[in-house]
Each structure stands twice: as structure tokens, then as C-alpha cells.
Design a protein around this ligand. Structure first.
Ligand code: GPP
Ligand code: MG
Length: 292
């Protein structure tokens, strides 16, 4: 009898954070991004967001002295973006200071800082952009919360965090970069039993059909792949995430886009968003689900 030696194989190292050419392209986009529509708004109070706004704007910001009009609009847009993050946090359920939260696709970190301020708990943020992670950690240090709020250069599809470690996980407008089945599989692994998942997303409308022209223009602008509404519920059901709340935020986000279109920091994506929302081919949706 002869003993077969183990077949030789390529040594297996840790999985790289950026696994595909697509993920590298997305990381390149966010590493290079320094748009005033995000930086000038963040400069208002040091909360840097990568999501849109909710609620009516005060029409008075469009009136008054011309030399301060721009600053008034920027402040108002920022107020609406922070209001959006508050709505997301409202849906996390009761969070105690001893709980741990995960911000999947954390951008420059604004929502995580707000979560720590509100709940006093530890928050981990992950992003595939090293520039965003460095920026966000700098903000946490500036605020003296870096012992509780930490950002990591990790892939939300495979974070390396322990199983069952989190009471709450959210995606604030970052699900359109990933496969939802893979994402919710990883979230379900990391959530404690009974833990809460919340996402705010833009999704296209299954009822009106496939991707409309306006939705395709949004995808093109951000190098993302907006999912149909139905995909969220299929992928949640397949991964033990049971929706408790579904809120159509479309009507509440339109004023933000109308104000943004009148601002000096408009980027050109305002028109496709307003068209997509108004024609009904696209929704701004919040989904909260429990891990069973
Ligand atoms: C970016 O926010 C958000 C996305 C790239 C996700 C796309 C969102 C959808 C709802 C489809 P941002 O604040 O970086 O964008 P902008 O620079 O346009 O303000
Ligand atoms: Mg923005």
C-alpha cells in the first residue's frame, strides 16, 4: 500500500477586502470622491453623510440676502440628511449601551457617530474605501469617541466580525453595490437572535417593469446596480430576516431633491432622481427586519 501525499496547492491567504474588478472600481470611485455636495454639508457640524435627505425644507432659505443664500441652502440640505439618519436609527428598536451596532457601507461615518451619540454603544463601520475609513476614524478621534466608534477597511459581504455579535445592523444607501443574498447571509450570521436589521435604499418598482431610463442613469452615475423592490424581500426571507416595518419614504425625500436641484452643489443626478420618483419607477424605501 502506498500513501498518497497531499496534493500540492497554492497557499491560501486571507481573503482580500477587494475581491473583484467591480469592487475595485467602486473603491476607486469613493477613494477619489471629494464632492462639495458631501464635504460642504459635512462641514456644517462635522457629521459627514453619504445619503439623501428627508422632510420638507424651509422655503425661507431661498429668500433673504443673496450673499448668504448658498450657505442657508447647504445647512438646510444637511439638516434633512441628518433627519434621514435619525429616521433610520428610530427603527433599530431598543438599543442599550452594552449592545454593539454595525454600519455596513459606512461612508465617511456620519450615521455611526449619531448612533453612538443616541445609544452610547459601540459602533463598527465598514467600507471598501480606505480613504473613507481613514476620514471617518479621524472624525471619531476629533469627537473623542474613537474608543466606541471604529471604522474598518473591510468588505460588508465578509466582515470577519464574530457570529451573533451585533444587536443591530444597517445599510444606509449601500445595498445597491452588492448581491442581496450574499449580504443578508452575512448580516444574519452577525446578528444576535432577535436583533434588528434596517436599510434605507432606492429600489426600482417591479410593478412598472424593469429598470427605467432614469434608474439606469442613477446606476451609471454611481457605478451601482439598483435592485428591484422584490429582491429585498426574497433575499431577507431566504436568510431568516423577517420584515417588521416597510416605509415608503419617496414622498418625503422629493423636497430634498428639489432643494438640491436649486443649490450650487447640484451634481446633475438630481433630474434622474426627480424623474424616477415622480414617474413611479423608483422608490425610496426603509425596511426593518428581525433576525429569527
Ligand atoms: C451616495 O450618497 C449614495 C449612493 C451612491 C447610493 C445610491 C443611492 C440610491 C438611493 C440609488 P452620496 O451622498 O455620496 O451621493 P452624492 O454625492 O450624490 O450626494
Ligand atoms: Mg451626498
Amino acid at each position: 500500500m502506498t500513501t498518497a501525499s497531499a496534493p500540492s496547492s497554492t497557499p491560501v491567504g486571507p481573503t482580500p477586502v477587494l475581491r473583484t474588478a467591480y469592487q475595485k472600481a467602486v473603491a476607486d470611485y469613493w477613494n477619489d470622491e471629494k464632492d462639495p455636495v458631501n464635504l460642504r454639508l459635512g462641514d456644517v457640524d462635522g457629521l459627514y453623510h453619504h445619503h439623501y435627505g428627508l422632510g420638507d425644507y424651509d422655503p425661507a432659505v431661498l429668500e433673504g440676502p443673496a450673499d448668504t443664500r448658498d450657505a442657508r441652502i447647504i445647512e438646510e440640505m444637511h439638516r434633512l440628511e441628518s433627519a434621514q439618519a435619525e429616521v433610520l436609527l428610530d427603527h433599530l428598536g431598543p438599543i442599550a449601551p452594552g449592545h454593539r451596532l454595525l454600519d455596513a457601507g459606512c461612508g465617511r461615518g456620519g450615521t455611526s457617530i449619531m448612533a453612538n451619540l443616541r445609544f452610547g454603544c459601540e459602533v463598527d463601520g465598514v467600507s471598501i474605501s480606505e480613504a473613507q475609513v481613514e476620514f471617518a476614524n479621524g472624525q471619531a478621534r476629533k469627537r473623542g469617541v474613537d474608543d466606541k466608534v471604529r471604522y474598518h477597511f473591510r468588505n460588508m459581504l465578509d466582515t470577519g466580525f464574530p457570529t451573533g455579535a451585533f444587536q443591530g445592523i444597517w445599510n444606509n444607501e449601500s445595498t445597491m453595490y452588492v448581491d442581496l443574498f450574499e449580504l443578508f447571509g452575512e448580516h444574519a450570521r452577525q446578528l444576535a437572535y432577535g436583533g434588528r436589521y434596517v436599510c434605507i435604499t432606492g429600489c426600482y418598482n417591479d410593478v412598472t417593469g424593469g429598470r427605467s431610463k432614469a434608474v439606469s442613469r442613477i446606476d451609471e452615475h454611481y457605478t451601482c446596480n439598483i435592485h428591484p423592490r422584490s429582491a429585498y424581500f426574497k433575499a431577507m426571507a431566504a436568510n431568516g430576516l423577517v420584515p417588521i416595518n416597510v416605509v415608503d419614504l419617496t414622498a418625503a425625500t422629493i423636497p430634498y431633491w428639489e432643494l438640491r436641484a436649486k443649490s450650487s452643489v447640484a451634481t446633475g443626478v438630481e433630474e434622474p432622481f426627480l424623474t424616477a420618483y415622480k414617474e413611479g419607477s423608483f422608490h425610496y424605501l426603509l425596511i426593518a427586519a428581525d433576525r429569527i
